[in-house]
Design a protein around this ligand. Structure first.
Ligand SMILES: [Zn+2]
Length: 406
């Protein structure tokens, strides 16, 4: 199985300039090739092949005065840029052919894009030095923070600069063949809610952790601050960088939270079921913000790959299962309920159900998992009063009314 690993890079001043030059040259070659192809397409001419473009826009261009500086960067980086354009066109044509979601023609890249990247393949002779730095041709040995170990030796590395000005080395590697966890009997259904980040069929409700909420609060503050700065001022530029950094921190914190939660869920359960939410459909409604903020798609993707990695079962149930309309205790189907109704009593069996947990139990059941409906009950079933008066709070906490022996 292939996984992507990213590590923070700390290039020094000259290395940052060299990387900026590599990003720039890769971008120019990409844009030149895109222009050549779009011109040919508009004129109804044959689509220029990658080999031809490589010769014309890299080899020949280096000999001209206007593009002589292409010779200052690794040729592999420029070749890979043409490959990226190929991929972009393939995706575009596959979209037209209905083999994947439809998308626009490849776009020109800009110096102002949030993400700048160059890729080095084995041909570029990049390497990990004895001192643990990453050595790139025409850039030098760049310091790396190896936050975890690589399961195998990668052949390709992508160097990325993000909107916050941070650099990363990103590898795609084969994972070790067997990381299967010992078996367990527990299974779980997950409902990805609006009131909580996730609700498990055992009744656990999970909210975003404090470190994520704090990062989000700081981002909001930075955004407010930016909106108050005059356009074109130096202070506005500074505030914009602060917003980009805060954005990056929120993204990191969210990824960390998704990793922690998905690892825990996969470790503790043999099978995990989630509802295939048409996030794209939901995103068009007014719920858009919370859908995107919660980042369900990335969390579900983590569950899926970790299940595969650790030998667990991952089940995605159809998006049209009416999980919130059916009583998980007796199966009685009630009509749709407005979102503000959090608790209701089943007409069939009288169980008082928590909307979110009921949905999570139904997700598990629809996936064929044997889970109990107990977690979804809001109040325990009434039992005849005992000799020693023990009462029950509405929230299910027992309270002793009479104290025996006194
Ligand atoms: Zn019922």
């Amino acid at each position: 199985m292939q996984l992507r690993y990213s590590f923070r890079l700390y290039p020094n001043g000259p290395q940052r300039s060299a990387l900026a030059q590599a990003f720039g040259c890769a971008r120019v070659v990409y844009n030149d090739a895109l222009r050549a192809r779009e011109t040919a397409r508009a004129a109804g001419e044959a689509f220029p092949k990658t080999g031809e473009l490589s010769k014309l826009l890299i080899t020949e261009a280096k000999k001209t005065d206007e593009r002589a500086w292409l010779g200052d960067v690794s040729a592999v980086v420029l070749q890979q840029s043409l490959r990226d354009l190929d991929t972009a066109y393939r995706n575009f044509f596959d979209g037209l052919g209905g083999r994947r979601p439809r998308m626009g023609t490849p776009r020109f890249k800009s110096r102002k894009d949030n993400r700048q990247a160059v890729r080095f393949t084995a041909n570029a002779r990049w390497k990990i030095t004895a001192g643990g730095a990453l050595s790139f041709p025409k850039i030098g040995d760049v310091r790396v923070k190896w936050s975890r170990s690589l399961p195998s030796v990668p052949s390709t590395v992508t160097v990325v600069k993000d909107a916050a000005g941070r650099y990363f080395a990103s590898f795609v590697v084969e994972t070790a063949p067997d990381e299967t966890l010992p078996g367990t009997d527990a299974v779980v259904g997950i409902d990805l809610g609006l009131t909580h980040f996730a609700i498990l069929s055992d009744g656990t409700k999970i909210d975003a952790p404090r470190f994520l909420r704090r990062a989000e609060k700081k981002l909001k503050k930075a955004q407010r601050n930016l909106s108050r700065k005059a356009k074109g001022s130096n202070n506005r530029d500074k505030a914009r960088i602060k917003v980009a950094r805060a954005h990056a921190r929120v993204a990191d914190a969210r990824r960390e939270f998704h990793h922690q939660l998905s690892t825990k869920v996969i470790r503790e359960n043999q099978a995990v079921a989630v509802e295939d939410l048409a996030v794209k459909g939901l995103a068009r409604t007014r719920l858009a913000k919370s859908v995107h903020d919660a980042g369900w798609a990335s969390f579900v993707a983590m569950l899926e790959y970790k299940a595969a990695l650790y030998g667990r079962t991952f089940i995605r149930i159809g998006r049209f299962e009416p999980t919130s309309q059916v009583c998980c205790a007796c199966g009685t189907k009630d009509g749709p309920r407005p979102l503000h109704v959090r608790v209701w009593e089943c007409r069939g069996c009288g169980t008082v159900l928590d909307r979110d947990i009921n949905a999570a139990v139904n997700v598990a059941k629809a996936a064929g998992l044997a889970v109990s409906a107990c977690g979804a009950r809001v109040r325990p079933v009434r039992v005849p009063a005992q000799r020693v008066e023990a009462g029950t709070h509405r929230d299910g906490r027992p309270t002793v009314v009479g104290i025996p022996g006194l």
